[in-house]
Structure formats: C-alpha cells, structure tokens
Design a protein around this ligand. Structure first.
Ligand code: NAI
Ligand code: SAJ
Length: 420
C-alpha cells in the first residue's frame, strides 16, 4: 500500500465489524476501530478476547498488531463503515434503528467532502436512502453531491466467518445514483467473490430475502418432519431420498430456528404492518418446533410432571456459543412450566453467565434423568456413546432433534430413541 491509500474507520466491532476491520487492516489499509463499549475496546486493545473460531482469532490478533488501531473516539477517514446492531422491537413491531442513527451522528461529526460512508448492518429496505441519509446530511454535506453513501450487506456464516468474509459475493448499493467505483475497489481488494452493484434499497432488500429464503426452506423441512411423524416414516431417510432428485434440496429439520438473524431479519420485510404470508407462516412453523419436541418428549415419558430431563446443547446451532433466540431456552422454559421436576442444561461452548440457568457437565446432567433431549448439533455430540447415557440415566428416553445419533446402535444399547 502507498501513503495515499485511504484510511478507514469501522464503527461497531462485534461479530461483523471486528472481522471486517481485521480483513481491511490485513489487506494493508490503515484502519481505526471504534466501538461505544469501553470494556470491549479495552479487551481488544489488551488482547484479552477469545474468538471461538481459531483462524479468525489469529487473524484479528495479527491485525491488532499492525494496521488496526482501536480508538475511543471516531476518527476522520476517507471511508466510514457502520456495523452496529439492528434488533427488532417486538413490542413496537419495527426494527430498532437507534444504533444506526447514533452511529450516523458520530460519523456526521467527522465527515468531510469526498468521504464515503457504507452501512453494513442488516436494515429494512430504504434505511440508507432514508433515515441514514437524513442523519448524515445534518453535517451540511449532501449525499448526492458531497459524499458517497452506500450499503453493503454482510453475509458471513457464524462458524465460518473468515472464509465467507473473503470469498462470498458482495453487493454494493449507493443512494442518489452515487458512484460505486470507490466502494467496489475497496471490496475488490480483499474479496475473491464477485462484487455486484445496485441501488442501496435493492441491496438492503436482497440481504433480507436471502435470510427469509433460508427460514422458509428450513420451515419446509420442519413441516416434512412433522408430517413424516404422522405417517410413522423416518423423516431423514425420506428427505435424503427426495434429495436424490436433481432439482430437490430439502434442508435439515430440527428443534427450531435460532440466532439473531434468520428468525429476525424476515420481520424487516414488514410493509404497511404486513409480512408476506409465506414468510410469516414459515416463522410460525419454525417457532412451533420447540412445541413439537415437547410433544415427542411427553409422548415418550408417561408423565412430564415430576420427571427429570437433560437438555444437551443451549447454543442456537452447533459449534458456536451464541444463545440468542435459541430454541433450547424456549424448550427449557416450557418444560419447567409443565412441571418437569429437574431440568439440567449442558453445553460445551456456552458459559453459565450468559444464561439464567446453571450449566452442568454432560456427565452430571445425565445422572438419574428420565430423558435426554439433544437440542444443539455440536460436533462433539456426534461422537457420544450410548454407554455414557445407560450408565447414568434412570430412564431410557432420548429425543435426538438433529438426528445425530445412530438410531439402531442406540436402540440396541437399550435406549428408546425418537428423532425429529
Ligand atoms: N452476526 C452475524 O453473523 C451477522 C450480523 N449481521 C448484521 O450486522 C449488524 C451487526 O451485528 P453484529 O456484529 O452481530 O452485532 P454485535 O452486537 O456483535 O456488535 C455490534 C457492536 O456495535 C457496537 N456499537 C453499538 N452502537 C454503536 C455506535 N453507535 N458506534 C460504534 N459502535 C457501536 C456494540 O458495542 C457492539 O460491540 C446487525 O445489523 C446484524 O443483523 C449481518 C450478517 C451476519
Ligand atoms: C442465508 C444464510 O445462510 N444466512 C446465514 C445466517 O447465519 P445463521 O448462523 O443464522 O444461519 P444458519 O446456519 O442457517 O442457522 C440458523 C438456524 O437454523 C437452524 N437450521 C439451519 C439449517 C438447517 O438445515 N436446519 C436448521 O434447523 C440452525 O440450527 C440455526 O438454529 O444469517 C447470517 C446473518 O444474516 O446474520 C448470514 O450472514 C448467514 O449467511
């Protein structure tokens, strides 16, 4: 890189912003990382963090040694990239854009003619051209004449962040017909996938329909699992056979859809208070899966009331520690409400501090329970042995919501297995 390379200020150093800041720094740019959380800034500066993806952890540490400076105030820069949270406010039935507005205000204080601002948070269509533009223009600079304002969604898959950050295709959208070339050049410098251009609202929309598509497809798989149960058919076997068709690719049924994106982002497509019917139904199907798991469990135990149950896995999916919107905690709450006497939770990735329940080791969680429910597809659970369960449990029921355990082997060992 030469002395004339642009400086970049990344606003928000979470799951999305930190890897983004690191990839830019490791590509040779001078990067300032700003986060409003002082404790998080100190942890980053002191290196006291542990990202659960080891390659990403090393990559971020390398950036912090050279190229990425954590700052307590936003800095002047030729590029500002905003990666702040956009939660959905279920009471008000709308996306909470207050973080985007706050970040926009601090960016506006640094803005100079010729600068470029890119929003990367997931937002309802029209946010960049609407609310964000208004906030930025409070600086006195016009988004159509003085600065370039764009939107580029992040599509990394938690668990595979670094690879997807560098390899996924990108969409760059600008407002007011602004030029895309500077933003495209920036992304092209570290992305091996294609970089496509559109207007900002289309780019925002595309991000949302990607996640709504996945939610809808998972809901289809879940409906098939419930239907297969009614017909007393093995859902996984049926899905595997159906997927032999060259144009069929049914996803995996499970205990429901968690994480802070797939169950939330489809709601951002809410237009005039209506979510499209199919997308809304998919949400309901996926939100109904914990109930289906409980139905399987109560049918297998003669009585839920007074029973002891272990839940294997709290995280929303395998290999991560994120518990946001996790089906596991919905199942836990519901079981307690229905009179389960003792509920044990175990997870190799999650810390007790992150949830309202005590966590036990896997072995402890199994002692004298009537049933175990495998909720999260942590890779470790694929290697479990029936003996560990038979030796400790007082009952013999296992609900394997992810079909990770070999049914024949476990049944032979004396376990009563039920799969979603
Ligand atoms: N986590 C993921 O895998 C993906 C997330 N997204 C989207 O990216 C956005 C960010 O998500 P995450 O990184 O997961 O959130 P996060 O919660 O992990 O991180 C956000 C960070 O922004 C900081 N922050 C809040 N307000 C700020 C402000 N005004 N200025 C500077 N920093 C501020 C917070 O302290 C926090 O550290 C959201 O819109 C999310 O939907 C998109 C794709 C993937
Ligand atoms: C379209 C798409 O694949 N979006 C990704 C998604 O990441 P996320 O980790 O939430 O997705 P995921 O791996 O599908 O998991 C979501 C939930 O769905 C469940 N799940 C997933 C696949 C499946 O066949 N069956 C199933 O039940 C998972 O267990 C989990 O609870 O959302 C991310 C985001 O937007 O934050 C996005 O960047 C990622 O690329």
């Amino acid at each position: 890189m030469t002395e004339t390379e642009p400086r970049i200020c990344v606003h928000g150093l979470g799951y999305v912003g930190l890897p983004m800041a690191a990839v830019l720094a490791n590509s040779g740019y001078e990067v300032y990382g700003f986060d409003v959380d002082p404790a998080h800034r100190s942890d980053l500066t002191e290196g006291s963090f542990d990202l659960e993806e080891p390659d990403l952890d090393r990559f971020v540490r390398r950036a912090l040694e050279d190229g990425l400076t954590i700052v307590s105030q936003p800095q002047e820069a030729e590029f500002h990239i905003i990666c702040v949270p956009t939660p959905y406010d279920k009471d008000l039935d709308r996306t909470d854009l207050s973080y985007v507005e706050a970040a926009g205000k601090t960016v506006a204080e640094q803005l100079r003619e010729g600068d470029t601002v890119i929003l990367s948070s997931t937002v309802p269509p029209g946010t960049t051209a609407g609310r964000l533009r208004e906030v930025l223009e409070e600086s006195g600079l016009s988004a159509s004449e003085d600065i370039t304002l764009g939107y580029s969604p992040e599509t990394v898959l938690p668990g595979n962040t670094l690879t997807e950050l560098r390899e996924n295709d990108r969409i760059i959208g600008t407002v007011a017909g602004g030029p895309t070339d500077r933003i495209v050049a920036l992304y092209d410098s570290f992305v091996s996938g294609d970089v496509r251009t559109a207007d900002a609202t289309t780019a925002e929309f595309v991000k949302l329909i990607q996640n709504a598509y996945r939610d809808t497809n998972i809901a289809f798989a879940n409906e098939i699992a419930k239907l297969a149960h009614e017909f007393e058919i093995d859902s996984r076997e049926a899905i595997a056979m159906a997927n032999e068709h060259p144009r069929v690719e049914i996803l995996r049924p499970g205990p429901g859809v968690g994480g802070h994106c797939i169950p939330i982002d489809p709601l951002f497509l809410n237009h005039g208070n209506d979510i499209p019917m199919l997308i809304e139904t998919a949400r309901r199907v996926n939100d109904g899966m914990p109930e289906f798991v409980i139905k399987l469990l109560s049918a297998a135990l003669s009585d839920l009331e007074g029973s002891r149950v272990a839940l294997l896995g709290v995280a929303y999916k395998g290999g991560v520690s994120d518990v946001r919107e996790t089906p596991s905690l919905v199942i836990a709450e519901e079981l307690l409400e229905r009179g389960v006497d003792e509920l044990r939770l175990t997870d190799p990735y999650v810390e007790s501090d992150d949830i309202d329940y005590e966590l036990s080791s896997l072995e402890e969680s199994l002692n004298d329970v009537d049933a175990a429910v495998l909720v999260t597809d942590h890779p470790e659970y694929g290697a479990l042995s029936p003996k560990t369960f038979v030796d400790r449990m007082r009952g013999n029921v296992i609900i394997d919501t992810r079909a990770m355990l070999d049914e024949d082997r476990w049944e032979t060992a004396g376990i009563n297995m039920y799969q979603v």
